[in-house]
Design a protein around this ligand. Structure first.
Ligand SMILES: Nc1ncnc2c1ncn2[C@@H]1O[C@H](COP(=O)(O)OP(=O)(O)OP(=O)(O)O)[C@@H](O)[C@H]1O
Length: 590
């Protein structure tokens, strides 16, 4: 049995009450304990459960990994199991959980399955992009009581699956609302709210006559911004705010009720009426997370990454690391490299004892992978004790991989919000966790940007780590400080990597693609970030070295230009359609 009450940070994470004292049915409390190993509610759960049970609309803003999922699932199940007569499949869907990604959809569905074990008349289900529509239609026809869905696919069924019964819908939950909106699902969400007649009647946007249906909407987010604020405004009616600091509460109208995570359950604070808007984002990070950065010259990035991974993953029997990259091509390249790159710590030809550089299971996850492969990776990495996951931002939000000890942001996250969500994959529920942000010397202004949001990082002791590697069978004696790119270990490893790539045409191609899309991603930084990540300041020859390419191949330049042109074309089209959308919204008075 996995009893998850943690040693460290208990007071900050867990409440001093029991699940049953929050008003949950004893069978449900048993399920929480037996199926999930939850003995005590977290603070978020202790605050949210009674409020949700009372039927109020709720906005939860709490740090990553604080137990938001059960905070909304438990009260909904509690209410559904109490209905008399019992609900059955023919009554259709009662609760709808909207999530941004397929992985999160599966994750919430799995928790639901566990919690509903002894409530067999409440049927969980999911619909999401990438799945077989016909099978989903059949499931919806049979009836799903609690449906977890990604927005695009849900909208598809709302429009095209006439057998999808939702007239009894009581709850709409937006989990990871910020991410749903950042992924560009804002329009879908508004359409969903309209079809379901669930726009806030008080919102000026509400034009739907069906909105008198009694419904309870819940919105959960680890970060708050203008878009989330807008969604809250159009979907929540007189909501209770959970987890907002006093400062942030001032942004909300008077009639709302606030519950701070520092206060006891049910403690309320009233606030004066002000406009419901934010000027900056709102970032919540676990207090026990150790955040560091490492400053690495562009040409040594790959060697430093590999060295740090080796350092982290070969010292302990159990350690899980997630590395974030900006593109799918970069994930594929580094994944193949880590699986195939052999090296010899003794470098002399007569003692060619080649071995895999990193002796640890490596996984990859990105949006261009087949759904089935994404699912397998997700499941496998969860259960491993010692493993490395290379991922794009597809894994940045909401995913709960147990025991991840370290998050490495090899490619910068861009927006500070993204930084918060990436690091949120570790230090969950009071556990310790480390994060490491790679920056080139030309990018260090980004630290100030994070600082503005109250996120401060300390420097990682890179030289010490590099000095610890054996070279020619011995730990090199580096007498005085040398720059990172002339460190003997880095020089040695870079040479070995480049020789390996030269000898492997397939790998070389992958490196070229990865380089190309990396530069493209770098040029895609927008607004203020463009000043900190200036493509003009990049040394492309050094960037090529970070893909173990000896030089920047001419082919790359050519294909890059073609791809840049395509991107500009796409952006132009997007811009035009955006203008069209804005115009039509204005015409419709939205
Ligand atoms: N009461 C509890 N007791 C023990 N473990 C818990 C409890 N509640 C949640 N957990 C565990 O804590 C972890 C984080 O929970 P969850 O994924 O719901 O957090 P979250 O706040 O939604 O995070 P994110 O913002 O990243 O999505 C999970 O591993 C979950 O199983």
């Amino acid at each position: 049995m996995n009893t998850k009450k943690k040693e460290a940070g208990n007071d900050e994470i867990f409440a001093s009450c029991s699940f049953s004292s929050l008003g949950l049915h004893s069978t449900l409390c048993d399920q929480l304990r037996e199926r999930l190993g939850f003995e005590t509610p977290t603070k978020v759960q202790a605050q949210a459960i009674p409020v949700i049970l009372s039927g109020r609309h709720v906005l939860v803003n709490a740090a990553t990994g604080t137990g938001k999922t059960v905070a909304y699932l438990a009260p909904i199940i509690n209410q559904l199991q109490s209905y008399t007569p019992r609900i059955d499949r023919s009554s259709g869907t009662f609760a709808l959980v909207l999530v941004p990604t397929r992985e999160l959809c599966m994750q919430v569905y799995e928790i639901l399955q566990k919690l509903l074990h002894r409530f067999h008349w409440i049927v969980p289900g999911y619909v999401m992009g990438g799945e077989n529509r016909a099978k989903e239609k059949a499931r919806l026809r049979k009836g799903v009581s609690i449906l977890v869905a990604t927005p695009g696919r849900l909208l598809d069924h709302l429009k095209n699956t006439s057998a999808f019964l939702h007239k009894n819908l009581n709850w709409i939950i937006f989990d990871e609302a910020d991410r749903i909106l950042e992924l560009g699902f804002g329009k879908e969400i508004e359409e969903i709210l309209d079809i379901l007649g669930s726009r806030n009647p008080g919102s000026v946007d509400n034009q739907n006559e069906a909105s008198n249906i009694k419904r309870q909407n819940l919105l959960l987010s680890a970060t708050l911004n203008e878009k989330v604020n807008h969604l809250a405004k159009i979907s929540l009616e007189n909501p209770v705010m959970i987890g907002l600091d006093v400062k942030k509460k001032e942004h909300y109208p008077s009639h709302e009720r606030f519950v701070s995570l520092e206060s006891d359950a049910n403690e309320e604070v009233e606030h004066p009426s002000t406009a419901m808007s934010y000027s900056t984002g709102d970032y919540r990070l676990p207090a026990q997370l150790v955040q560091r950065y490492v400053k690495v010259p562009c040409g040594s990035r790959l060697c430093v990454l590999l060295s740090i991974l080796k350092h982290l993953l070969e010292r302990e029997a159990s350690h899980k690391v997630v590395v974030f990259f900006s593109t799918c091509d970069a994930v594929d390249f580094h994944y193949s490299l880590l699986n195939e790159f052999q090296w010899s710590p003794y470098s002399k030809p007569d003692i060619e004892l080649k071995q895999r550089f990193l002796r640890c299971k490596t996984f990859r996850l990105h949006g261009n992978m087949k759904q089935e492969d994404r699912r397998t990776t997700f499941g496998a990495f969860k259960t491993e004790k010692l493993a490395l996951l290379l991922s794009t931002d597809v894994a940045a939000r909401g995913l709960d991989f147990p025991k991840v000890k370290c998050i490495i942001q090899y490619d910068s996250p861009g927006e500070a919000t993204e930084y918060v969500h990436r690091v949120g994959r570790t230090a969950r529920l009071g556990e310790r966790g480390d994060s490491l942000l790679f920056l080139q010397p030309i990018e260090v202004d980004y630290l100030q940007d994070l600082e503005k949001h109250g996120v401060s990082l300390t420097e990682y002791p890179l030289v010490k780590v590099l000095d610890s590697f054996p070279l020619y069978g011995q730990v090199p004696r580096v007498k005085k400080f040398v720059s990172i790119d002339s460190h003997p270990w880095v020089l040695y490893l870079q040479k070995a990597l480049e020789s390996f790539i030269v000898a492997q045409p397939k790998m070389k191609k992958m490196a070229q693609y990865a380089f190309c899309s990396w530069v493209r991603a770098y040029t895609a930084h927008r607004g203020e970030l463009k000043r900190m990540f200036m493509v003009k300041k990049l040394h492309l020859g050094h960037a090529a070295k970070s893909f173990a390419l000896k030089e920047q191949p001419s082919l790359v330049g050519k294909s890059f230009q073609m791809q840049s042109k395509k991107r500009k074309r796409d952006q132009k089209q997007k811009g035009q359609s955006k203008k069209r959308k804005v115009a039509s919204k204005m015409l419709n008075g939205k």
